[in-house]
Design a protein around this ligand. Structure first.
Ligand SMILES: Nc1ncnc2c1ncn2[C@@H]1O[C@H](COP(=O)(O)OP(=O)(O)OP(=O)(O)O)[C@@H](O)[C@H]1O
Ligand SMILES: [Mg+2]
Length: 580
């Protein structure tokens, strides 16, 4: 008997102009790991919700076809009955939180209690899960007073602890720092080895390639590709469905274009390295630098030597901040940004990135220290006054959106500011155009996928036309098109002279699109350097739970000199070492 058996499944949301899923046939064997990939809007989350029974039980619509889970027809079961078989991790962790548990511990116990598990057993399992998800220290904290990534870890733990035989998991690591991402994948791998069935929706293709037995590609609601990771990622059609490939395949392609041909397709950087060694490349023996006790802090002054000196637009001056629950989230942080500058902020979950962003736009006020914009302290400004100078795109779009149409959402603030009708219209049209939402302006934001809701909040922030914009995790859950659109938006804002801070966990995105990167960990900034240096600062990366993007990871295996982040430099170095 198959764990999941789907035949002829089609589903349409009410009022939608095309079905979200069309004629899907899919069998998943017990203990199999199937990953579902595809562009935003392809139908992945809807498919997950069908298997969990939330569609059509909660999200109404028109469903045809048959879905069997462990041999039972979902049409005959209640959502509660399906719970025994299927554990479901929501795409947006915030949506998943029970809302009744006031501690992380209670959040993890909640489902087990409902399932009638004896208290002693609950304690044993919750303690073990807190340990393996590194949440023990946060056990007594309120789940709603955590960083986005901490919350996502709680959401995953709360499902894993229930030990259902089938796991349906929607982008479980979209907001996690790279090292925690790896740790969570190891945890899923352990559940899988223990015999549990995994259906994973994921944009992180390195992990999809590494862990899945089978990959299915959805496109416009149809299942268009199916096979092993290698079969799917090397299919000539794969890229046309709008997904990113594992980074190593792009590197391999760049090498091929320069005449370095490898025998096999490299689905991981490790594999690419192995193949290059076979071709005659010499791996470095001493791969790691001697450990240093202190992480070097590279001060922003370094910048003034390479960049033209212009007055700072933003000055964060020795700011410290504690939340009302006593958690100190920012400790003596200083940071300067020149007008028109674009920087990335990266760093481990809970480092204080979001808190810092909120201090800059006065959603929070420093406990000590000062934030200055154009030389003026923001202490005397109201949050509304600050909002005229700094636009902030929230980490969770659902914290920001409150209007019933995309258009209303984007025009809300400019209209309230009393700008002329023509000016409001001009700004809204411009923002919708930049974010690709022109055709969606009449839709209710809540009917749009999470990835698109993020662009709705980006549009409403662009419409503010502030000197400075802060994006909090805009890359989370975005497909290739979404990432490219973000790049376009960043370039356009730069062209308009805006000062932009982008907070993200996507190391590839940072390495390719920013010239300056700030690294935070444990309430502080620990590095602030040109990006081409950032990803070679081993100790800094380790301390901030970051990893190297594919590029420096590959170069580090062969070259002692950091050769930056340019594909050309790497390719020529390889060609030279191979003596071709
Ligand atoms: N509303 C809140 N109340 C109390 N403490 C909070 C609140 N929000 C965050 N914290 C705590 O403050 C610290 C910094 O959190 P912050 O959200 O700034 O981290 P972050 O770097 O943005 O993390 P992530 O990458 O997970 O988004 C963490 O220890 C977190 O648990
Ligand atoms: Mg955050």
């Amino acid at each position: 008997m198959n764990a999941i058996e789907i035949t002829g499944l089609s589903f349409s949301y009410p009022l939608a102009n095309r079905p979200a899923l069309q004629e899907i046939n899919l069998s998943v064997k017990p203990g199999e790991w199937v990953s579902v990939v595809g562009a935003n809007g392809a139908g992945k989350s809807t498919l997950a919700q069908v298997i969990r029974g939330l569609v059509p039980h909660f999200s109404k619509g028109d469903l045809s076809g048959r879905v069997l889970v462990n041999g039972r027809d979902l049409a005959t079961l209640s959502v509660g009955e399906i719970t025994a078989d299927v554990g479901y991790v929501f795409q947006n962790p915030f949506t998943q939180l029970t809302g009744v548990a006031t501690t992380v511990y209670a959040e993890l116990s909640y489902g087990l209690g409902n399932m009638g598990v004896p208290p002693v057993e609950i304690r044993r399992r919750v303690d073990a899960m807190l340990e393996s998800t590194k949440l023990t220290k946060l056990a007594a904290r309120n789940p709603f007073e955590l960083s986005g990534g901490q919350q996502q870890r709680v959401a995953l733990a709360a499902i894993l602890v229930m030990e259902q035989p089938i796991l349906v998991i929607d982008e479980p690591t979209s907001q996690l720092d790279p090292e925690t991402t790896n740790a969570m994948f190891e945890l899923l791998a352990a559940a899988h080895s223990a015999g549990r069935t995994v259906v994973l929706i994921e944009h992180k293709m390195e992990q999809v390639a590494q862990f899945s037995e089978r990959v299915i590609m959805l496109h416009d609601g149809r299942l268009v590709l199916e096979g092993t990771p290698e079969q799917v990622f090397t299919d000539p059609q794969c890229e046309s469905y709008g997904v990113r490939l594992p980074e190593s395949l792009y590197l391999q392609r760049a090498l091929e274009q320069r005449g370095v041909l490898l025998p096999d397709k490299a689905l991981s950087v490790n594999n690419l390295v192995m193949q290059l060694v076979k071709l005659g490349m010499h791996p470095r023996t001493a791969k790691s630098e001697p450990a240093q006790d202190d992480v070097p802090v590279i001060h922003p002054e370094r910048f003034s030597t390479t960049q033209p000196v212009t007055p700072a637009l933003l000055e964060i001056d020795r700011v410290t901040f504690s939340y009302p629950n006593g958690v100190e989230a920012i400790h003596e942080v200083s940071l300067n940004l020149r007008a028109g500058e674009s920087v990335a902020i990266i760093g481990q979950n809970g480092a204080g990135k979001t808190t810092l962003a909120k201090l800059v736009n006065a959603l929070l006020r420093p406990s000590s220290g000062e934030v200055r914009i154009n030389g003026q302290s923001t202490a005397k400004w109201t949050a509304a006054e600050t909002a005229r100078r700094v636009g902030y795109v929230f980490q969770n779009p659902d914290d920001q959106i409150f209007n019933k149409s995309v258009y209303a959402e984007v025009e809300y603030a400019p209209k309230r500011w009393g700008l002329s009708e023509a000016e409001v219209r001009r700004r809204v049209v411009d923002a919708l155009h930049l974010t690709g939402l022109t055709g969606s302006q009449n839709l209710n934001p809540y009917d749009l996928p999470l990835s698109v809701r993020k662009f709705v909040t980006i549009a409403s922030t662009i419409a503010l036309d502030t000197d400075m914009v802060i994006f909090d995790e805009p890359t989370a859950g975005q497909d290739l098109r979404g990432l490219n659109r973000l790049i376009t938006i960043l370039r356009e804002l730069a062209a308009r002279g805006k000062t932009v801070i982008t907070i993200t966990h996507d190391m590839e995105f940072v390495s390719q699109n920013f010239s300056r990167t700030v690294v935070m960990t444990d309430r502080q900034i620990i590095a602030d350097t040109p990006t081409e240096e950032t990803f070679y600062l081993n100790e800094v990366l380790a301390k901030a739970m970051l990893d190297q993007p594919a590029f420096p990871e590959l170069t580090r295996n062969f070259f002692s000199n950091d050769i930056g982040l340019s594909m050309n430099a790497l390719a020529s170095a390889v060609v030279e070492q191979l003596g071709r």
